[in-house]
Write a protein that binds this ligand. Structure first.
Ligand code: UGY
Ligand code: MN
Length: 265
């Protein structure tokens, strides 16, 4: 019998906290189901819980986190960090973002915004229920081009593409693909059951992967992991990776990838 089927008294937990744990942290990847990711609170936010998923302490070169903002909550000041870019994707609820002097924008699920390095912004929950945002901070790697500009948009305004030409796969590049001003991509990737990568990938780029819907089996390093919605994976450079979607629905995840820069020696 599975633990959740046992008749357990209120206030007690079923067995299985250890035996059914899917979380793994290795040298160059981490698999994190949400139930083990505890709450942080941050000085720049009121009525907001942050759940950190990736950070330099893990081995990642960026920070990624989920913000759970209660109605009326959100940032209590303008947030600006010299040399650091921010990206947010609304998972659920309604968020109002204000960047510098621009008009505030209201974003619902699937809305996203990119804030260039050093630019000030604030984000608040304007809805009746909780707003959940996936956030990312990355130090900008400047080159001989101007830094990118602010982007506020929604996934419905981004075309679905399939550069691989392989049946049952698709991409939405939320940031302009191939624009050398950007040093990272945020890509929605969807798969029908039966699709997979043509090979096990082993590449220098890092990933932060947030599973949005569906389920599947993820190969990391030397092991397979069962994955479903709300799970997170950090993949360091050269982590072997492959995905096989399972179940009856399309699988979809949002993937961070550092790109467009030479190797720092
Ligand atoms: O583009 C990529 O690197 C992508 N195929 N990797 C991944 O989904 N793990
Ligand atoms: Mn990859």
């Amino acid at each position: 019998m599975r633990p959740h089927m046992l008749n357990v008294a209120p206030g007690r937990l079923p067995p299985g906290a250890i035996g059914h744990n899917r979380g793994v942290v290795k040298r160059n990847y981490a698999f994190m189901p949400p139930e083990g990711v505890l709450k942080s609170r941050l000085p720049a936010y009121d009525a907001t819980v942050a759940r950190f998923l990736a950070a330099p302490v893990l081995g990642a070169q960026f920070a990624q986190f989920v913000l759970e903002i209660a109605p009326g909550g959100g940032s209590n000041r303008t947030i600006a960090e010299a040399g650091v870019q921010h990206f947010f994707y609304v998972l659920s609820g309604t968020a109002v973002v204000r960047v510098d002097d621009a008009r505030p924008s209201e974003l619902t699920a699937g809305g996203f915004f990119y804030v260039p390095p050093g630019t000030g912004f604030s984000v608040k929950n304007a809805g009746e229920g909780e707003a959940r945002l996936l956030g990312l901070r990355k130090r900008y790697e400047a080159i001989d081009l101007p830094a990118p500009e602010l982007i506020v948009s929604h996934r419905d305004r981004v075309p679905r593409e399939n550069p691989t030409g392989l049946e049952g796969r698709g991409f939405q590049f939320l940031l302009p693909f191939g624009d050398m001003r950007f040093d990272f991509e945020m890509n929605l990737m969807w798969f029908q059951t039966g699709a997979c990568f043509p090979d096990v990938e082993t590449h220098v780029m890092e990933h932060g992967l947030y599973m949005l819907r569906g389920q599947g089996l993820y190969f990391l390093g030397e092991d397979w992991h069962e994955i479903w919605a709300d799970d997170f994976i950090w993949m360091g450079g050269f982590c072997p990776q492959q995905f096989y979607p399972t179940g009856f629905e399309e699988a979809e995840y949002l993937l961070y990838k550092n790109v467009n820069r030479d190797i720092a020696l």
